[in-house]
Design a protein around this ligand. Structure first.
Ligand SMILES: Cc1cc2nc3c(=O)[nH]c(=O)nc-3n(C[C@H](O)[C@H](O)[C@H](O)COP(=O)(O)OP(=O)(O)OC[C@H]3O[C@@H](n4cnc5c(N)ncnc54)[C@H](O)[C@@H]3O)c2cc1C
Length: 509
């Protein structure tokens, strides 16, 4: 990803950097946001603390980077990037059902380190992302209908804060507010060094050789309303840790929908889901074809009408099921050689799932609006994914995550995609939803501030407490999040956070 690297012994008026640094270009996963910055890669907490202290004395701004798979430049710094990839230790304790992983460990390595029959409640769909980066992005997965968000499976986290303090935080202890504020905090509160996750024991479902597979049943629905009714039934099922069930959906351009019900199994390998082949040469060509609007619609309709029969079932290896998005990364190399690369941009919105009737009405209306918007553009979404997220504690209402992914072809496509996403974000706000700041963020400042008001005000307060001098930041914070935090703080009467954010901006605007 880095296109140019210069070794350097960085020296400021405060002396040389405590670890070797390099100046290099980095970009986000879509390849849309790029910046050149000095990079430091500490290998332990002492080195990390020395880097933070040196950077603070030199007045630098630190951007944290784990797997570099962010969707909107969240880890693309333009001053000093602290790369956490050396924090990659993985320890599994099956007696207590706990995994402790370094925050820079890649999920593919974590998955590979699990003993046979043990799984994590949540695994994002790329093994290249890091343990710290996905918690900070408030991730959810295809088993979130059973287990909630990734953060719901985290028992404890260890951070180094801006002043070099080492903090262990969990749900109940003295730093519970910091712990709760981590998901969605985009690296603004401190550096995660390790994270403790609970594990699920599925040894009784493993095959004799210890392997685990996932059986998926496809249900065809004529429209989004029918898919949501199916999802509502699924969510009424009591969650089970002995036989967990996951559900996720896909809205097909033109109005039809697919809902996939998945469960772990020791059943022998069988027909695999077409998008779960992580090494698929045809993927390059298919993605290219999906960028042509008419072909896109025809392919999706063809897949819906002819590929899937209602009740079809598939059996995939658990790792292929979990990290299916890595097929795209695998295809990137050949695509680059053929000059066929394209950027994918994404936005994820979260909507309240308040019972079948309400959800069908609200989400259905939103989807209709999005579908209308998409058709007006020469670019097409690659699909809309629907992910139900079970609340934990149980009283928290279920939510739906709707992610829209758009392939960019022509040079002005990002502007069109941004306009579409901005309209989608404002429709989400009308329906009580919010845009997730840890993914693609195309909402304007007012919409972002209004839809995430509570979260942004809480984040501003935590930042004031844990990073009062503003050591952690970067372009995403400066240009996207901080203006929204400022606005949300203003709207929240009687807070002190206005002053903090104003002070960082150099006075009230
Ligand atoms: C192919 C693909 C598939 C995806 N699938 C899913 C999915 O299934 N579900 C889902 O919810 N999301 C998904 N995502 C989104 C993904 O969860 C986020 O992009 C995530 O941030 C990637 O983690 P990373 O380690 O690569 O992050 P980076 O890009 O390295 O960093 C992301 C953010 O985390 C911060 N950060 C990184 N490490 C630390 C640390 N140690 N301490 C504090 N802050 C840190 C960074 O400053 C930045 O703000 C996917 C993204 C891609 C590209």
């Amino acid at each position: 990803m880095a296109s140019e690297t210069t070794d350097m012994v960085s020296e400021t008026t405060t002396g040389p950097a405590p670890v070797p640094t390099q100046v290099q270009w980095v970009e986000d996963y879509p390849g849309v946001r790029r910046a050149r910055a000095e990079h430091a890669r500490p290998t332990n907490e002492d080195e990390l603390r020395a880097v933070l202290s040196w950077a603070a004395r030199a007045g630098r701004t630190i951007t944290l980077r784990g797997g570099g798979q962010c969707l909107h430049g969240q880890s693309v710094g333009d001053d000093l990037v602290v790369d956490l990839s050396a924090f990659d230790r993985i320890a599994v304790d099956t007696a207590s059902g706990v995994l402790v992983a370094g925050a820079g460990a890649r999920w593919s390595d974590v998955h590979a380190a699990l003993p046979p029959g043990w799984v994590l409640p949540n695994l994002v769909t790329t093994g290249a992302a890091s343990v710290g980066g996905t918690l900070i992005a408030d991730s959810a997965s295809r088993f979130s209908s059973a287990f909630g968000t990734e953060a719901d499976g985290v028992r404890r986290a260890r951070l180094v804060t801006a002043d070099g303090s080492i903090i262990a935080c969990d749900r109940e202890g003295p730093h519970a507010a910091l712990f709760r504020g981590l998901p969605g905090s985009v690296g603004l509160l401190g550096v995660l060094t390790s994270v403790e996750h609970r594990l699920i024991d599925l040894r009784h479902l493993a095959a004799a050789d210890g392997s685990l597979r996932v059986r998926t049943v496809a249900r065809k629905h004529p429209d989004a309303r029918s898919l949501l009714a199916d999802l509502a039934l699924e969510l009424h099922e009591p969650p089970s840790t002995r036989a967990p069930r996951g559900a996720y959906g896909l809205l097909i351009p033109g109005g039809a929908a697919l809902l996939f019900h998945s469960m772990y199994t020791h059943a022998p390998r069988a027909r695999r889901m077409p998008n779960h082949r992580r090494k698929d040469a045809l993927r390059v060509l298919l993605e290219r074809a999906l960028r042509v609007p008419t072909v896109n619609r025809a392919v999706w309709r063809g897949i819906f009408a002819h590929y899937y029969a209602d009740g079809d079932h598939f059996v995939d290896d658990a790792a292929d099921f979990a990290f299916f998005m890595d097929a795209r990364t695998t295809a990137r190399g050949p695509a680059q050689l053929l000059g066929l690369t394209s950027a994918l941009v994404q936005q994820v919105i979260e909507l309240p799932f308040v019972g079948t009737v309400g959800a069908c009405r609200d989400v259905g209306a939103l989807i209709d609006r999005c579908a209308g918007l998409c058709l007006r553009h020469a670019i097409e979404p690659m699909g809309w994914d629907v992910l139900p997220v079970r609340g934990d504690p149980p009283m928290r209402s279920h939510t739906l995550r709707l992610s829209t992914t758009i392939a960019l072809g022509e040079t002005d496509d990002e502007g069109k995609a941004a306009a579409l996403f901005a309209a989608q974000a404002s429709a989400a706000l009308d329906h009580g939803g919010r845009v997730l700041p840890g993914k693609g963020v195309y909402a304007d400042t007012a919409t972002l501030a209004a839809s995430c008001k509570e979260q942004l005000v809480a984040l501003a307060r935590l930042k004031e407490q844990w990073d009062p001098s503003g050591l952690f930041g970067g372009p995403f914070y400066r240009d996207v999040l901080r203006p929204a935090m400022q606005r949300a703080s203003r709207a929240s009467a009687g807070t002190t956070t206005d002053r903090v954010v104003d002070a960082e901006l150099g006075g009230p605007s």
